[in-house]
Write a protein that binds this ligand. Structure first.
Ligand code: AMP
Length: 325
């Protein structure tokens, strides 16, 4: 049975963008894959340590996100916290001994956010190697990623090939695949940017999955539109009308339709109603799960045990090949 792997970093609270672009396709995919693939979905809490962080905030984000993955219906998958599977850290060090500094110097995140800044955490420099370990431990042949993650999968490939050629064939060499993605949701306050969980908890352009209906209404109500005074302002045109286009796409992804809507007020009311209807069952399930944290904890404990079962032999093989055992 092939394995599917996807990690989400708890760098903020989950947004409507995460739901429509990633979590919903993941939830649908696990049913299509049943019997043919085992899906591993993890929270990459170690990756959240690469930039300055507050331990209490991180702990709370992880708790919320872990509960939300269950609330959106990922319960047919193996759910885990990266830090609860020590093989991730164990393999990362071995791969640091195979990766080259030249490769890490070329990684976009480091080039854009860390290079030349004295206080940059060393982990921001090395985290692509941890990500290579995340990938290689599961021996998945295909890694479904967005275009922005291609460089990470390339590094995992290069490191796997180098390790295999130098020390023996331990790793499955993965390749990036780009499956049809879900909707791409733009920021309500700046529709030229992707709605992002990293924009901050107070950012008015992000709809969070746990936003109550009145907050959704307020955020959608303040969403940027345009000053089109023509006869047919409610129409999609990403270049000329990015805000309105985004609202129409959110409405459609949430099961509604903009047909017959003649004003931005009407469009915003319809978007609010559709988003609230999508979030309501998730929030209801979240409240039930939040009241039963012992269940959530046990799901993640079982997930971590399953991950260890799968990854321990891979780490052991890598240790043996490199000369440690
Ligand atoms: P990120 O929140 O950037 O770590 O991304 C986690 C996952 O959610 C990735 O699969 C992204 O492609 C997806 N995602 C994040 N933001 C959006 C968005 N605004 N629209 C669609 N998909 C998104």
């Amino acid at each position: 049975m092939i394995r599917r792997l996807s990690l989400l970093t708890p760098s903020g609270r989950l947004t409507l963008g995460n739901l429509l672009g990633a979590l919903r396709p993941m939830a649908e995919g696990q049913h299509r894959a049943q019997g043919r693939a085992e899906c591993f979905y993890g929270l990459s809490d170690l990756h959240a340590l690469t930039t300055p962080h507050d331990p209490a905030v991180l702990r709370e984000r992880v708790r919320e996100m872990a509960t939300l993955l269950l609330a959106v219906g990922l319960d047919d998958s193996t759910l885990f916290l990266q830090s609860a599977v020590p093989q991730h850290r164990g393999l990362a060090y071995l791969l640091e001994c195979v990766a080259h500094t030249g490769e890490l110097n070329r990684m976009i995140q480091f080039k854009e956010k860390g290079r030349g800044v004295d206080s940059t955490r060393a982990s921001l420099y090395t985290y692509p190697v941890l990500m290579a370990a995340d990938i290689l431990l599961y021996r998945a042949p295909e890694i479904p990623v967005g275009e922005d993650q291609r460089q990470h999968v390339e590094l995992a490939r290069d490191v796997a090939l180098r390790f295999n050629n130098t020390y023996g064939g331990v790793f499955t060499v993965p390749r990036a695949v780009h499956p049809p993605t879900g909707a791409r949701v733009m920021d309500l306050a700046d529709p030229t940017r992707k709605m992002s969980k990293s924009a901050g908890d107070a950012h008015p352009g992000s709809i969070f999955l746990l936003d109550p209906p009145d907050v959704v209404r307020r955020k959608v109500g303040r969403a940027v539109t345009d000053s089109d005074t023509g006869p047919d302002p409610v129409r999609a045109d990403r270049a000329a009308k990015p805000g309105v286009t985004n609202l129409i796409e959110i409405l459609e992804a949430c099961g509604g339709s903009a047909d017959g809507l003649a004003s931005y007020g009407g469009l915003k009311a319809a978007v609010t109603e559709a988003v609230v209807a999508v979030l309501e069952p998730i929030q209801k399930r979240y409240a039930e799960l939040a009241a039963d944290q012992a269940h959530v904890t046990s799901v993640y404990a079982a997930g971590a045990a399953r991950c260890q079962e799968v990854t321990a032999p891979v780490l052991a093989a890598a240790e043996a090949a490199i000369g440690l055992a």
